[in-house]
Design a protein around this ligand. Structure first.
Ligand SMILES: [Zn+2]
Length: 220
């Protein structure tokens, strides 16, 4: 991957690995054996699974993860001298929205600015395929976008653009190409979440070998 300049980049801090590392401590917090970092008291919890609102809940958090959801009258056991306690003032607390398909660059905002606006409106995770930036700026700009995107407080799952150029027709040539090998290396880099949308359906229907080669990378 050195030729792509990926060496030394870190895996996103919100990746599943951090949760698994923290799991023993989260269990301790949930069991009252370890004090929480943060308790947000007095919120109305929107229970999307149960289709109801639970009043007067305390959210018990540790190291960036929710360890327990308890009745506000039972939260003292989770609070120690260094626990930050916030009064939610009866606000509603709900899981963040996940935008399963968005192209950040077509908002004309860089990832850091997009992140601020998305969070403000309740979206906490996006899956983005930066195929427009890859077509307009090639690998260099794709990587610059990705490096910034994965460091935002918004959880950004970046996909490897599958269609650079957008189609295999002669009239659709922006000047950049991601080959099967490029796509394979990017998928293997650990920076990306998955393969992006396959908008070049004509090449799929025509059984184009380069196109099928990219799809074949998704074999288990
Ligand atoms: Zn799209």
């Amino acid at each position: 991957m050195d030729k792509h300049g990926l060496k030394g980049l870190v895996f996103p801090r919100w990746a599943i690995g951090k949760f698994l590392e923290t799991l023993p401590q989260l269990i301790e917090v949930a069991g009252g054996l370890r004090k929480a970092d943060l308790v947000v008291r007095n919120v109305n919890l929107v229970d999307v699974a149960g289709g109801r609102v639970v009043e007067n809940v305390s959210i018990v958090a540790y190291s960036g993860f929710i360890a327990a959801l308890v009745s506000a009258s039972d939260d003292e056991v989770y609070i120690g001298p260094s626990t930050m306690v916030i009064n939610g003032g009866g606000s509603y607390a709900a899981p963040g929205f996940i935008d399963a398909h968005v192209h950040v660059e077509t908002s004309f905002l860089r990832p850091s600015e997009f992140s601020k606006l998305a969070l403000m409106h309740g979206t906490t995770m996006i899956v983005t395929d930066p195929h427009d930036i890859a077509n307009a700026g090639g690998l260099k700009h794709l990587l610059a976008f990705t490096e910034e995107a994965i460091r935002q407080p918004l959880k950004v799952l970046v996909q490897v653009p599958s269609c650079v150029p957008p189609t295999r027709s002669e009239v659709d040539n922006p000047g950049y190409t991601l080959s099967v090998k490029d796509v394979e290396e990017l998928l293997d880099s650990g920076l990306f979440h998955s393969l992006g949308e396959f908008m070049d359906y004509a090449s799929v229907v025509n059984r184009d070998s380069e196109t099928l080669g990219k799809i074949n990378l998704l074999k288990p």
